[in-house]
Design a protein around this ligand. Structure first.
Ligand code: GLN
Length: 332
């Protein structure tokens, strides 16, 4: 190792401590309350985890507290659908255009009548329909297995959140009917909605989101388990849609400020991907008015600035730069 590699400017663990302390000061925002089960969440926990494409995990704060994955699941099921039926068929049912509308908007592309993109509810429900068409009753099992492989450990669904989502999801059912009308979802639509409610109710931790992100970053290969989880072409398309549409109607600001493909969920999680290099997972359940975790957004902004993670950051000449933060400090 040469001097550059053995003497980082500033180690990742010190950066994580600093970013966590700064973002912890953000105390505004509200825990999601559209279902009673989520309204019960403790607003206090805050964790940040970073997994490298070389299989190392760095964590600070509450990175092992389970919460429901919610809309972060949309990125992973999109990846699965691309693999299963191919890009053309997925595009026939769901577009790739940012909507600029809230995630639960009842809004469709006026020309094609398709959902704007797979990161809003309408698109994700249509994607759930594709997984149902291919896997039938085995669809949820396939999703749970794949999410578990991406996280590198067996995950489970939170039954109480699922029942609550299923019992109150009238708006999502309304979207389902419109999708059937537009030919983007097959009948019976209840099975696709049930899959959507279940996928949203899978429990993860910030550390899981980081490893899932690193799996995407590492060309679909989980860098900790060494297993190939996603197809490389699907991973490319998924990152593109995460970059343009992953943060709901904050996606433009996010691309401008943070500049990494990401997906957030109303459970308080955000999953970020630095292509070929890192996965980042944050958890803090207080949300801003657009449904993104306040501390999560702040943590990503700070991390991106500190480490030059923005995709178009001129100070980031590539992996050697990010690697310098992860080099071992010299001993003795
Ligand atoms: N289950 C939630 C819903 O369908 C997920 C939304 C989200 O995380 N944005 O409304």
């Amino acid at each position: 190792m040469d001097d550059f590699e053995t003497m980082p400017v500033f180690g990742v663990d010190a950066i994580l401590r600093d970013v966590h302390a700064q973002a912890l000061g953000r105390e505004e925002g509200e825990v999601a309350d559209y279902i009673p089960e989520l309204a019960k969440a403790d607003p206090a926990p805050f964790g940040i985890a970073v997994a490298t494409s070389r299989g190392r995990l760095h964590e600070i704060g509450d990175t092992r507290i389970p919460f429901t994955i919610q809309s972060v699941s949309k990125a992973l099921t999109y990846c699965m659908a691309l693999e299963l039926v191919g890009r053309a068929e997925v595009l026939r049912r769901v577009g790739v255009e940012p909507s600029g509308d809230p995630f639960n908007a009842i809004e469709f592309d006026p020309l094609t009548r398709r959902p704007y993109n797979p990161m809003v509810n309408a698109g994700a429900i249509a994607i759930a329909g594709i997984l149902r068409d291919v896997h039938g009753d085995g669809a949820f099992g396939a999703v749970l297995t794949r999410f578990s492989e991406a996280a590198g450990r067996p995950l489970a669904m939170n039954e109480a959140v699922y029942s609550s989502e299923a019992a109150t999801g009238h708006r999502n059912r309304a979207i389902g009917h419109l999708l059937v009308g537009a030919g983007a979802l097959a009948e019976p639509m209840d099975s696709a909605l049930d899959l959507y409610f279940r996928q949203c109710s899978i429990e993860v931790t910030a550390a899981d989101l980081a490893v899932m992100g690193a799996t995407i970053a590492h060309l679909g290969d989980n860098p900790i388990t060494g297993r190939q989880v996603f197809d490389v072409a699907a991973v490319r398309d998924t990152q593109a849609v995460m970059f343009t549409c992953g943060m709901y109607d904050y996606s433009g600001n996010w691309a401008f400020d943070v500049g990494v493909p990401a997906k957030s969920g109303v459970g308080g999680g955000i999953l970020g991907v630095v292509n070929r290099q890192l996965g980042i997972g944050t958890y803090s359940p207080r949300l801003d008015r657009k449904g993104n975790s306040v501390r999560g957004v702040e943590a990503f902004r700070l991390l991106s600035a500190e480490m030059g993670l923005h995709s178009f950051d001129l100070t980031n000449p590539g992996s050697a730069f990010v690697d310098s933060f992860f080099a071992e400090m010299p001993r003795g």
